[in-house]
Design a protein around this ligand. Structure first.
Ligand code: GLU
Length: 494
């Protein structure tokens, strides 16, 4: 393959938020383009006005940007194959559709939806296709006289242009992922190419643009595999060489079956890229995870940067079988990338999360210390608010199980003694090492084990039985607040 000529496109329809399956398709296109030093194009397939959602294009571009998938050509770039929105290219599609009519590979059809329905009713087959078997009974330019066709068009009757799919042929091609595939044309209907609103359907616009934009490889989800034979017929009738094709495996639910929106919800899986952005996932983690959803480098590496993925990516290693969305794995990836970040780097993100949760922000220095302590314990930045809540306000209640385990008869005595000791510490002395030392002195004095004081102390300070380093946490919370929390616990716990 000549490497300089790789041109691939991500061609979403702006019908809603960008699904993570769509993001994976974009990623594979991006990786393939970068690997071959080719061009990655964003094309907006917005010819379906009924399903058009205005904010969707912005959601798509913002998601790609967040993920680091920069496109070389697309809306807003000065690529020489533009415009990159199909709605701005309408005229071209009609020209090609008419060319197909002239060549005898397409025809005008005037049937209303009711007439098609009636044809099916009459035949007693609700699924009967508009195809080589039935088109002869319908109202189209194959059955009507030239004059009648012209008259109908001139007086403004609704019509569509349909592809004249041949009978009894076999369309074959070799998919890069799936290998040889073949389709009998009997399975296809006479696909509408131009709708009654004058706009092209996905099939025509997609083929015309892939050709005009000189796309070398079509890389898309498996759900489009059944459209490929229609596209190949179009390429052949228009006299064009089709691009190579690679259909990516479906993304599966851990419970089995395709990961639909409903199935995802049942499993607590978020399906929109925007959700991962608002939950402040690490973009690199999602990218690394998605790259492995249907592909791997063939060795035991798991963490790979975008750059490394570009170097290694190979469509030949993409698997045929569905890839299961393992949420635990995604969490693991996120933890790895989050922990690689330094506390100062995390600071602005954590501040945003805390502000969103209505928490008054402490000074940067203190917050950096808190981040340092929590960094190893949170899986996603958004968790800083909940896990860090006790730093910012006294616990409103105590975790029942922890309290039961921690608070024994002798506890108030131990806590009081500890409190008296730390009361005497001056500001500089109120540090983690000293706070630990004081605890050791108390347990020695009382002749009890470490946990006898440590556990209730943790519950009194944090409300919970587990958490980050307690003494470091206490140092950050500060003397006065700690004393108040201990007094409160002495009066209210137990
Ligand atoms: N517009 C189609 C989609 O929404 C593009 C499919 C293709 O890549 O051909 O996914």
């Amino acid at each position: 393959m000549s490497t300089s000529q790789v041109r691939v496109r991500f061609a979403p329809s702006p019908t809603g938020r960008l699904h993570i399956g769509g993001l994976r398709t974009a990623l594979y296109n991006y990786l393939f383009a970068r690997h071959h030093k080719g061009t990655f194009i964003l094309r907006i397939e917005d010819t379906d006005q009924k399903r058009y959602v205005e904010e969707a294009e912005q959601d798509i571009t913002e998601s790609l940007q967040w993920a680091g998938l920069k496109y070389d050509e697309g809306p807003g770039t000065d690529g020489r194959y533009g415009p990159y929105r199909q709605s701005e290219r309408s005229e071209r599609y009609r020209t090609y559709a008419e060319q197909l009519v002239e060549n005898g590979h397409a025809y005008y059809a005037f049937d209303t939806a009711e007439e098609i329905e009636a044809m099916r009713d009459k035949a007693g087959d609700a699924n009967l296709k508009y195809d080589a078997q039935t088109r002869g009974r319908m109202l189209n330019s194959l059955t009507l006289s030239e004059n009648e066709v012209k008259e109908r068009i001139d007086r403004g009757d609704d019509y569509v242009i349909r592809l004249k799919v041949p009978h009894g042929e076999n369309v074959q091609f070799t998919d890069i992922v799936r290998g040889p595939v073949s389709f009998e044309t009997e399975m296809l209907d006479d696909q509408v190419l131009i709708k009654s609103d004058g706009l092209p359907t996905y099939h025509l616009a997609n083929v015309v643009d892939d050709h005009e934009m000189e796309i070398s490889h079509v890389i898309r989800g498996e759900e489009w595999l059944s459209s490929a034979p229609k596209h190949l017929l179009l390429y052949s009738y228009l006299g064009w060489t089709p691009p190579e094709m690679a259909h990516l495996p479906l993304i599966m639910s851990p419970a089995g079956g395709k990961l639909s929106k409903r199935k995802a919800e049942e499993q607590g899986i978020m399906v929109n890229t925007a959700d991962y952005i608002s939950h402040r996932y690490e973009p690199q983690a999602l990218i690394n995870f998605l790259a492995y959803l249907g592909w791997n480098p063939g060795d035991d590496r798991e963490l790979m940067s975008l750059k490394e993925l570009c170097d290694e990516f190979d469509l030949g290693r993409v698997s045929k079988s569905g890839a299961v969305f393992d949420i635990k794995k995604l969490t693991w990836y996120n933890e790895q990338y989050l922990r690689e970040r330094t506390a100062p780097d995390l600071l602005p993100d954590v501040k945003a999360v805390l502000s969103q949760a209505g928490i008054n922000l402490p000074e940067d220095e203190k917050l950096t210390g808190i981040i340092e302590l929590l960094k190893e314990r949170v899986s996603v930045v958004s968790e800083f608010a909940e896990q860090g809540a006790f730093f910012f306000s006294a616990p409103e209640s105590y975790e029942e199980k922890a309290l039961k385990k921690a608070w024994k008869e002798q506890t108030p005595e131990l806590i009081s003694s500890y409190k008296e000791r730390i009361l005497k510490l001056d500001d500089a002395g109120f540090n983690a090492a000293q706070l630990k030392k004081e605890l050791e002195t108390v347990i020695e004095e009382f002749g009890v084990g470490f946990g006898k004081l440590m556990l209730p102390l943790r519950v009194a300070v944090t409300g919970s039985g587990s958490g980050p380093d307690l003494f470091a946490s206490m140092e950050l919370i500060g003397k006065q607040e700690i004393i108040e929390r201990l007094e409160y616990a002495l009066n209210n716990a137990g």
